[in-house]
Write a protein that binds this ligand. Sequence first.
Ligand code: PGA
Length: 249
Amino acid sequence: MRKPVIAGNWKMYKHPAEAAGFLHDLAPLVDASSQVDIVVCPPFVDVAAAVDAARGTNIAIGAQDLFWLKEGAYTGEVSAPMLVAAGCGWVIIGHSERRQYFGETDDSVFKKTVAALDAGLTPIVCVGERLEEREAGMTENVLATQFAGGLSGLTPEQFAHVVIAYEPVWAIGTGRTATPEMAGQAHHFLREQIAVRFGDDASQTTRILYGGSVKPDNIKGLMAQEDLDGALVGGASLDPVSFAAIVNF
Ligand code: PGA
């Protein structure tokens, strides 16, 4: 009932020509995957080339961030309407690297999510605990706080279009995947938070992705978790063969 999403987060990798080459290689490997929303999120400067190369395929293009205002004197920033005009349908918001290195807060996550929704983009809103927080038994507190600050201020109509990604920070780029059970518990907890704020229907229909060292050899076990609806893939999304293997899980 919830259509899975497999989204690639390229982070700061690949030039425009490499993005086009990647999509030409990926398209035939995933063209039979109509049961999955396939999304590739390259750096901003690659978006035009990626959109061009993905035309006529079942692959959607997303961005990795945006700024919440539509336009203005904000050097270096890119707005939601600009992303839509460039051909993006999706955007990642609140990735832990943005929280860690670029001052992203739950408040900015909220503003960016509203801006994405206003423009018609599907936001993939990232939440997740750091290692010391997990070790201190704080995982659920962290998720509850991030949910409250970043998402609970949305209207139910807005929230209906949000995709959440649970990404434990200690699993990102480390090769240390959460076990399917750990991911399943966190996803279940997030569904409870959704139920309290937005109701049981929303809790059952919201898509929650897992992210953190997802690879072709662990995607099946993760997808077997009932509350897990797909993956946000970093490192393994940079190679068309490994990304296709995850899409075709
Ligand atoms: P990873 O990154 O798959 O390389 O761990 C995931 C992410 O940061 O979204």
